[in-house]
Ligand binder design. Structure first.
Ligand code: FAD
Length: 303
């Protein structure tokens, strides 16, 4: 099994998430090469072949050029799998590469199964296993689904030069609209999940956050239901946080939520289900009704 991993580089920096691709390849026990449109000053620590094109000349993003570079590396390596992160870079490029190769494309892979790949379905409440119907396949992997693997070493660089018509010019990035709170800076976050039951219960979670000197976070269903503003959402489509303390109240621990908070120093989860997946990453799992436990805890903290 051979994989070609497509690393990511943004605003002059190699993205750490590139190492999740190596985590994926490690779980596949696959022979690995990597392609990066980046810079020689920002190389991944990895000891395989690295096809490197300079972002300075190719642009940090240019779908036509980047696709050409990937296809060139594919021709040299003949990989079974071409693997992207499920980021805006990956989800834009992967289908273009798959269409050019007439290869199957599987998006948002969260696990590897015997001969297939697990992807979420039913709004990520369930998982299904899919198998590519072509010998070569193009995948995107969900952020946080695979471990970061930094095996060390220096890559064997094969330089690629992008040639061809440039129909698009990469202009740059625009910062996202300023949010009313910056959860990324919070040292304590107390997050509300669907398990809190109703909007009227949000103030109780907020009260614990305040008592602990922290901020209110939320899972996506709580935001989608309109109980809490989107600026408080933690996860792949919300904010990525790494506070000293993260308290997950009635949150099951879906991959998309974990991707946003699993780097927290200490995680306390309150859940009535002792087998809730959040228990796998929590330092402490309190098995209790969240709306009985949280007000009692807040009262103790304030005492
Ligand atoms: C493309 C995509 C992007 C996504 N992005 C995000 C994201 O950024 N952030 C995010 O959070 N999700 C995201 N999701 C949704 C994610 O897959 C989950 O559906 C979501 O995280 C579940 O939220 P939850 O844990 O609050 O709810 P649930 O999964 O419904 O879990 C509720 C939990 O509460 C517990 N519970 C119920 N009642 C009580 C009680 N009385 N006391 C204690 N515990 C109780 C239950 O046991 C359960 O574990 C995304 C999904 C997709 C498809």
């Amino acid at each position: 099994m051979k994989t070609l991993l497509i690393g990511e580089y943004r605003e002059g920096k190699l993205l750490d998430s590139t190492y999740e691709l190596l985590g994926f390849a490690g779980q596949m026990s696959a022979e690995t090469s990597m392609l990066l449109v980046g810079s020689e000053t920002q190389l991944p620590t990895y000891s395989g072949t690295l096809y490197l094109a300079e972002a300075a000349t190719c642009g940090e993003y240019n779908p036509g050029l980047h696709k050409k570079l990937i296809l060139e590396a594919v021709q040299k390596e003949s990989p079974d799998l071409i693997v992207f992160l499920h980021s805006s870079y990956g989800w834009d490029l992967a289908p273009r590469v798959a269409a050019a190769l007439k290869a199957a494309q599987i998006s948002e892979v969260i696990a590897i199964t015997d001969g297939g790949f697990e992807v979420g379905c039913c709004n990520a409440k369930m998982r299904r296993t899919v198998k590519p119907a072509t010998a070569q396949a193009v995948l995107t992997i969900q952020a946080g689904a695979f471990p970061v693997l930094q095996s060390g070493g220096t890559p064997n660089i094969q330089k690629l030069t992008a040639a061809g018509d440039c129909t698009l010019e990469f202009v740059g990035y625009e910062p996202a609209e300023k949010k009313d709170i910056d959860l990324a800076k919070a040292e304590v976050i107390v997050s509300a999940g669907r398990g809190i039951g109703k909007k009227d219960n949000v103030p109780a979670i907020q009260a614990l956050a305040k008592a602990l000197g922290g901020e209110l976070g939320a899972s996506r269903p709580v935001v989608d239901a309109g109980w809490v503003e989107h600026s408080h959402q933690v996860g792949t489509t919300g904010q990525t946080v790494s506070p000293k303390l993260y308290v997950a109240c009635g949150i099951s621990g879906a991959i998309q939520h974990l991707a946003g908070m699993k780097k927290s120093d200490f995680i306390i989860a309150i859940n009535k289900d002792k087998d809730a997946p959040i228990g796998e990453i929590a330092d402490v799992l309190v098995v209790a009704d969240v709306m009985q436990f949280v007000p009692a805890l807040t009262a103790k903290v304030l005492r």
